[in-house]
Ligand binder design. Structure first.
Ligand SMILES: C[S@@+](CC[C@H](N)C(=O)[O-])C[C@H]1O[C@@H](n2cnc3c(N)ncnc32)[C@H](O)[C@@H]1O
Length: 258
């Protein structure tokens, strides 16, 4: 599937019948040859949009996988970059990839220290140690009811004034084939999760911008949106891709759990 180095259809099916964590452990060696890794164009656009909001000292890539977002953070953060993910397999690939890149750094480049931590995004093993948290391509793995807990966790690991940023794509219109493809995918996953254990939570259409903005605000963030102009505009003038930038207000304490 996808490319000669990518997973076979059979391998993908076995992965999809596992838990999310185990599925990614199995997929890890071939993950970078799938479209599930965030493409370079998205990473570059996000890095460009975040650059004027810096300088940043310590960055966290939430659900880092093989390290797509840690590369973005390495160009933005001066002191440290941490990738956190619950798949040991994905972290292994990330570590090996980073070691190879570190063997031939660009001349004169002295980047931040990079750490890889195994942990669940719903129970992060950190104190308020970061001033930038990014996340790419992972929110489909969380049910809408998990968002309050997830965002409260991110809020708790940010220093006052710190930012949580992630890209969102405009959802496809019902007139486009992509709309029906995603609808079909989600329907298949719902059936799969009704009849098979452990569940593999991955729903493309559950992470809705309106809900996300409400839940971020409820978790104590001040939320802003900026267009990623590299991806153009839709016919109605709205951007095809945006960056959500949620800021933990200075001196604020997290709101009490609802
Ligand atoms: C589609 S991959 C994206 C990886 C990377 N961020 C990228 O853009 O290429 C999703 C990642 O989220 C991780 N993940 C899913 N749920 C998680 C959770 N509750 N805690 C930590 N990691 C999680 C998976 O292990 C996987 O590495």
């Amino acid at each position: 599937m996808f490319s000669p180095e990518g997973p076979t259809l059979r391998e993908l099916a076995v992965q999809a019948l596992s838990s999310v964590e185990r599925g990614y452990d199995l997929l890890a060696p071939k993950f970078d040859h799938t479209p599930f890794r965030t493409p370079g164009a998205v990473l570059e656009a996000v890095a460009k949009a975040l650059d004027p909001l810096g300088p940043f000292e310590d960055g966290l890539d939430l659900c880092c996988g093989t390290g797509a977002g840690t590369d973005v953070l390495a160009g933005l953060c001066h002191r440290s970059v941490t990738g956190v993910d619950f798949s040991a397999g994905m972290l292994d690939v990330a570590r090996r990839r980073a070691a190879v890149a570190g063997e031939r750094p660009p001349a004169g480049a002295e980047g931040p220290g990079v750490a890889w931590v195994r942990g669940d995004a719903r129970a992060l093993p950190f104190t308020a140690a970061f001033d930038l948290v990014v996340s790419f391509g992972a929110f489909g793995h969380f049910l809408p009811r998990e968002l309050p807990g997830l965002f409260t966790q991110v809020h708790s690991v940010l220093r006052p004034g710190g930012r949580f940023a992630f890209p969102v794509l405009a959802p496809p219109r019902p007139s486009s084939p992509a709309f029906w493809m995603l609808l079909g995918f989600d329907a298949v996953m719902r059936v799969r999760n009704t009849v098979w254990r452990p569940p593999f939570v991955m729903y493309y259409r559950a992470f809705r911008l309106g809900l996300v903005l409400d839940e971020l605000t409820r978790a104590g963030f001040t939320v802003g949106l900026r267009a990623l102009p590299e991806f153009g505009w839709r016919a109605d003038g709205s951007p095809r891709a945006r960056l959500v930038v949620a800021r933990r207000p200075d001196g604020a304490t997290p709101p009490p759990a609802a």
